[in-house]
Design a protein around this ligand. Sequence first.
Ligand SMILES: *Cc1c(COP(=O)(O)O)cnc(C)c1O
Length: 431
Amino acid sequence: MKEIIPPPPAIVRNQQVAIQQLFQQHVVPSYGRFELVLSHGQGSYVWDVNGKRYLDLGGGIAVCSLGHANEEIAETLSRQARQLMHVSNLYYHEPQGRLAQQLTRLIAPGKVFFCNSGAEANEGLYKLARKFGHDEGRFEILTAENSFHGRTLAGIAATGQDKVKKGFAPMVAGFRHIPFNNLQAARDAISPATVAILIEGIQGEAGITPATPEYLLGLRALCDEKKMLLLIDGVQCGHFRTGRFQSFQRILEGVAGGDKFLPDGISMAKSLGDGFPIGAFWACEPHGDLLGAGTHGTTFGGTPLGCAVALKILEVIERDRLADNARATGDFLRNHLDRLATTYPGVIKNARGVGFMLGLELVEKEKIPAFAAIDKAASIQFVNRLHDAGVMTIPSANQRVRLLPPLNLTRVQAEEGVALIESVAVKLAQA
Ligand SMILES: *Cc1c(COP(=O)(O)O)cnc(C)c1O
């Protein structure tokens, strides 16, 4: 009778291995991936194909603003998909106009261009800056060391990290890097060709380094003096993650003159769509009109589907006061991360960041006995151990780990996260 029972398909026998093999055979290996093979999520939790549950404090790298499988987003997606999913930007439609209205309401008068990713949002800012300086022959954009602005050719030219540029020479011309949070260096770097300065409000990929209030205000004054644009990459640090819509609003809270601060352009993506790919840049009056008909565009930019989702996310964030949650629960997390750094100085050097844009800096790999002999960065080894414990986070460089959870992470979940992280730190401290 054996022959009439068909063998189960490979994917059922061992999904984890079978799915990883599909990647090994068919997917460009440009990502270093963890071993996890994920199958579904709910709120701040994700499950792998073996049924193991993880608390997701990485949020898909600051993307999952409302968590996984959000019912209202799923509902909005399916309703809009049935009504109108895509039309060309040759035509008008309500969701794009309304989303632009909402974003300008949250920032200041100006105009919004829609695209599909963070790198593309920044591309728009580079083109805006070049257009702005074109008639005077100015084109150069200063960006910060250790910054990250995306993986397109201009994105890697803008990014202040050698590792993203390696092997892709020649770089797109017109970018130079300056040390972050150093106002004098910015002033000294300006040439007659310089037209803009672009910085992240809080450096993300570098491992959570906020701009100082003095730096933001100083760059604003410098750009005004030299008639340059001040551009903020808010792709990771924006969208209420810090407790305010944009990170500079949080950084400048209570600082004299801080409430008047406004950059000339802001890029957005990540949290804007809760996983639906959408990016945007905002440009202040009058620069929002610099890119006239025919100068810039993208097929999928600002589709009815993407804009309906982004509008719903904004509505839920405001209705449920999720900015306040990011602030309060984020500050609760930050206090506990500080406590972990104090309690386990042999493992954790310090805690960093505000709201739901947080990080831990680990001590040097050589000083953590359990890590020293293994040929992997401390950040990767720490994240692997957190996976074993049941919590997902995002490594940064060699020694930092980031927490970028959904904006609706609850206090109880935050407590669970702290306990899981502490369980890993305890073991490393004892080893
Ligand atoms: C992720 C990120 C980008 C790039 O966004 P993509 O959607 O991956 O192109 C740009 N800037 C910052 C600060 C980012 O964190």
